[in-house]
Design a protein around this ligand. Structure first.
Ligand SMILES: Cc1ncc(C[n+]2csc(CCOP(=O)(O)OP(=O)(O)O)c2C)c(N)n1
Ligand SMILES: [Mg+2]
Length: 291
């Protein structure tokens, strides 16, 4: 196991006291170190938002990209150098609003990386506008009377579009969140982890207490994560029971499909720039060979 302190940096997070992102950061460091992955073989790709600041607070390679563009960046990095562990991580606004189109298509491509959504059900950085997962009825800046739209179901969206590893966790449970990250990172192919994250400044509905009263562990409840229909039923459950209960854990896991970076014909021809000496690379020649 790599020493977890290897991932520490001097920079202090700018998050509010009590933000769920502290738990997510601690879980991420624990997960990578327990998987024995070194910082110089890890790329954390984020977007824009409070949660997306995470690459600054963790010693590894990092790329804070444009808002909503985590997934194409992560896909490009992994395809260019499949030896790297690539983890895309960002907020619900980033990934499900502006980046929503990429989220629909990433499972179809099935590049081997992990996508983690810090799902605080709100745009936090821009001070509290509604996001796709904002609960119906919540009052905030953009919905001063109350939110009227239906709440999006990212777990069901990930499942129906073909994601072969789908899980959820609660940011207040660092041990379980780290465990889910380890499983997601170890999965070969596109994997999705939705982390329920309290926002202490802009969401006064989905609090720590709210989650602690509702979350239950799917694995302890005997859920069969190899059964797609059971997984979809579990993803739909809170939307059917008025969010009285919230399942966390592995919804679905299926290892039958090979990731794109293993089966893509260009990569099979050894066209990976990172596998070559890139100091004097002739890009024109490389493209000719690839076509
Ligand atoms: C192209 C673009 N559109 C919009 C914004 C403004 N913006 C910055 S962060 C953000 C939403 C952040 O919400 P979320 O992704 O949920 O992250 P959180 O702050 O909640 O962690 C928006 C709309 C931007 N920076 N760039
Ligand atoms: Mg958010």
């Amino acid at each position: 196991m790599a020493n977890v302190e290897v991932f520490n940096v001097n920079e202090k997070p700018q998050w509010c006291a009590g933000c769920g992102d502290y738990g997510i950061l601690a879980s991420l460091k624990a997960a990578i170190s327990e998987l024995n992955i070194n910082p110089n073989e890890t790329v954390i790709v984020s977007g824009i938002g409070c949660g997306s600041k995470i690459p600054h607070y963790l010693r590894s390679y990092g790329y804070e990209g444009l808002h909503g563009r985590i997934l194409p960046l992560a896909e490009g990095i992994k395809m260019a150098n499949p030896k790297l562990t690539v983890i895309g991580i960002g907020g619900d606004g980033d990934g499900l609003s502006e980046g929503g189109n990429h989220f629909l298509h990433a499972p179809r491509k099935n590049v081997n990386y992990t996508y983690i959504v810090q799902d605080n059900h709100i745009y936090a950085l821009t001070t509290g506008q509604t996001s796709p997962t904002t609960p119906k009825g919540l009052k905030n800046k953009t919905s001063p009377t109350e939110e009227l739209y239906e709440q999006m179901n990212p777990l069901a969206v990930a499942l129906v579009n073909g994601t072969r590893f789908v899980a959820a966790s609660f940011a207040g449970n660092i041990k379980h969140t780290a465990e889910m990250m380890k499983k997601a990172i170890s999965h070969k192919g596109f994997s999705y982890l939705n982390i329920y994250q309290p926002c202490v400044s802009w969401n006064n509905v989905n609090t720590y207490q709210w989650y602690m009263q509702r979350c239950y562990d799917l694995q302890q409840a005997g859920h069969d994560s190899s059964n797609f229909d059971a997984a979809l039923a579990k993803a739909m459950e809170p939307y059917r029971n008025g969010f009285e209960k919230l399942p966390v854990g592995i919804f679905y896991e299926n290892n039958e499909r090979k990731p794109l970076d293993e089966i893509h014909p260009t990569l099979a021809k050894g066209m990976i720039p990172a596998s070559k000496d890139i100091t004097n690379i002739d890009i024109g020649k490389m493209l000719e060979e690839a076509l």
